[in-house]
Unconditional design. Structure first.
Length: 107
């Protein structure tokens, strides 16, 4: 399968068309968490079989040890003068999508 590189115009159009900013109102603080409705929580609760809790927390470290084989990667992103530079921390776990706990995309 051949990789397709999107045009700059297409990417700029996606920034607008796929944005969730303002989707739930100007003062919204929850974003996509609004999709987890009371009905969805009831559905999830109905799936519970045991009452144990499981932590999803992972240590964030830059060291590689026998039990920690993934690293946080830090990137300084220069905005080209449009807005202040941002720091992007990427927490990547092998076999999973990369998670960026802080990110900003501006035009």
């Amino acid at each position: 399968m051949r990789a397709v590189i999107s045009s700059e115009e297409q990417v700029i159009q996606w920034i607008t068309s796929l944005s969730n900013w303002g989707r739930w109102g100007e003062d919204d603080q929850y974003g996509c968490l609004n999709l987890i409705t009371p009905e969805k929580r009831k559905q999830a609760a109905a799936l519970v079989q045991d009452g144990i809790t499981v932590s999803c927390a992972r240590p964030i470290t830059t060291e590689i040890t026998p039990d920690i084989t993934y690293q946080v990667q830090r990137y300084m992103v220069d905005s080209g003068g449009v807005s202040p530079a941002s720091t992007l921390y990427v927490y990547a776990v092998p076999g999973a999508l990369a998670l960026a706990p802080c990110h900003r995309l501006t035009r």
